[in-house]
Design a protein. Structure first.
Length: 189
């Protein structure tokens, strides 16, 4: 197993603090205290709290975008693509609940990377919506408003970071399968 670098440790600790207190409420002094070091020493590893937020959010957003690209290019049914999207959310969230909290709650603080983040999010949601629309067109998914289907699914998937930490014996594959049954079997024909 790869050992965590000091910078990665700082980013992961910051993500935990951001989840607990919110990005705006966390100071570099808070982060230094949590790391057991002096605030000035943090700057040997990172430039600013903003850089930490960018590292957290942009890396996750790019992971979602890359995962979605792989899914939409796969030669499977639209229902199977939706199941893969559910699994993508479960996989990313189960590995990084703290980072997902920042992605969901602190993205608006992204300053110079905000436009890039919004572009990634829009691309992701457009692809998600297109999978649903194609599923409706091919009669895999019942006739319904595709935006409401996507909103319903994303609302659940985006809140997994709140629920997953409460489940000690979580198996990501089992959770993805169960969520797919609940979220997708209700819309397919």
């Amino acid at each position: 197993m790869k050992t965590e670098t000091r910078k990665e440790e700082i980013i992961n600790t910051a993500a935990k603090l951001f989840k607990e207190k919110g990005y705006s409420a966390v100071t570099m002094r808070d982060l230094a205290t949590a790391m057991g070091m002096k605030a000035a020493s943090l700057y040997n590893h990172i430039n600013s709290k903003q850089d930490i937020l960018k590292a957290i959010i942009i890396s996750i957003a790019e992971e979602f975008t890359n995962g979605m690209t792989t899914i939409i290019n796969s030669e499977v049914s639209n229902i199977d693509k939706l199941k893969k999207i559910v699994a993508l959310h479960v996989n990313i969230t189960s590995r990084n609940t703290n980072g997902m909290a920042s992605l969901n709650n602190d993205w608006m603080h992204l300053e110079d990377q905000l436009e890039y983040y919004l572009q990634l999010r829009d691309e992701y949601e457009t692809n998600f919506l297109n999978v649903i629309k194609k599923g409706i067109s091919s009669s895999e998914i019942r006739q319904s408003n595709p935006e409401i289907i996507m909103f319903s699914m994303l609302t659940t998937l985006r809140s997994l970071y709140l629920w997953i930490p409460k489940k000690e014996d979580l198996n990501a594959n089992d959770l993805a399968k169960s969520l797919s049954e609940v979220l997708i079997d209700g819309i397919n024909i």
